[in-house]
Design a binder for this molecule. Structure first.
Ligand SMILES: Cc1cc2nc3c(=O)[nH]c(=O)nc-3n(C[C@H](O)[C@H](O)[C@H](O)COP(=O)(O)O)c2cc1C
Length: 318
């Protein structure tokens, strides 16, 4: 048992939250994580309400939270009403300004988790009433920015300790085993948010070919890039890029985004490959921690192993 402020606040057994990974974190994964003693989040991503409804149905009576991409929510604010109607354990906002949605979430007495990439954004998250701040380093899978987990987490921890001691801190980016969990706690976090490791959980919604590419990859094979958003016609704010596994498509189009934007055939080939699981063209959106992942495991096994390893490290090593 590792009891932290996060486990007490959320009423969970282990200080582990699964990331709300768009398209990959459905109700099955989120409920498996909650049932294993963590908090599972559905990856509401860009706010497809039909998909969200299906995933909450899939989670059934298990209490889960839900994440939404903030700038996409700005364009489709009604989606928040659907999520609120499901009475989630927490709502997680990332990538954009959470201010306009915070009041509504808090008026429903639902904990607000804000994922941030800079100290400046952490301060803003505190100002708009975040209950939990997730400090995400650049090692993370999916979208992110440039600060490293190892320096961002303690810097935010120091800020919170002085200015907002009741706001909890969660570390994200590169945590895939008990070493990462123990390190996150040692850096001052109250728990960890885990994405790539749960992307490789058997309950995740991931094409098996993508899993195979992930298992083969090392951290060296990952790349922070923007071409994949161009290929998908996703209008992401400039400051964010995606961590992904490089392949022939990235060899060709990384740093040539303007040409890709004008090439409908190439963009379409990426989208089709993503559906078909053709990993020479479509990229798996995972982070550097992929180099520590060598098998697809159930969420309960991932959490059990992570907890056992972290407890041994924290109790016996020093
Ligand atoms: C496949 C994938 C999709 C992701 N999609 C989202 C998303 O839709 N919204 C979000 O806030 N974060 C998303 N993330 C980022 C996670 O919230 C988290 O910061 C990250 O996974 C932590 O780093 P790790 O992958 O090293 O564990 C995604 C991550 C992955 C791996």
């Amino acid at each position: 048992m590792l009891s932290t402020r996060l486990t007490k606040y959320l009423g969970i057994e282990h200080p582990i939250i699964s990331a709300p990974m768009a398209f990959a974190s459905g109700g099955k994964l989120a409920s498996a994580v909650t049932n294993a003693g963590g908090l599972g989040l559905i990856g509401g991503g860009y706010g497809d309400e039909i998909w969200l409804q299906e995933q909450f149905d899939e989670a059934g009576n298990t209490v889960v939270g839900c994440g939404l991409i903030t700038w996409a929510l700005d364009k489709n604010p009604d989606c928040l009403d659907l999520v609120l109607s499901k009475k989630p354990k927490a709502i997680f906002l990332s990538f954009g300004d959470p201010a306009i949605h915070a009041k509504k979430i808090k008026s429903h007495n639902i904990p607000l988790i804000c994922q941030i990439q800079t100290l400046k954004d952490a301060k803003h998250a505190v100002d708009i009433g975040a209950d939990i701040v997730v400090a995400q380093g650049a090692e993370a899978g999916g979208h992110g920015e440039k600060r490293a987990t190892f320096t961002l987490v303690p810097e935010v921890a120091d800020y919170l300790a002085t200015h907002a001691p009741n706001v909890l801190l969660v570390a994200a980016g590169g945590v895939a085993d008990g070493r990462g969990l123990a390190a996150g706690l040692m850096l001052g976090a109250d728990g960890v948010l885990v994405g790539s490791r749960f992307w490789a959980a058997s309950e995740a919604l991931v094409h098996p070919n993508m899993w195979q590419a992930g298992i083969k990859a090392t951290g060296d094979d990952t790349l922070r890039a923007t071409f994949a958003d161009v290929a998908r016609d996703r209008d992401w704010p400039e400051r964010y890029s995606i961590n992904l596994i490089s392949n022939e498509f990235s060899d060709r189009w990384h740093n040539d985004e303007a040409a890709l934007a004008a090439n409908e055939k190439a963009k379409q080939s990426w989208r089709q490959a993503n559906l078909d699981g053709d990993t020479s063209i479509a990229n798996a959106f995972v982070g550097e921690a992929i180099g520590q992942i060598s098998s697809i495991e159930t969420a309960v096994d991932i959490i059990t192993n992570m907890m056992q390893e972290a407890e041994i490290l924290l109790r016996n090593k020093w």
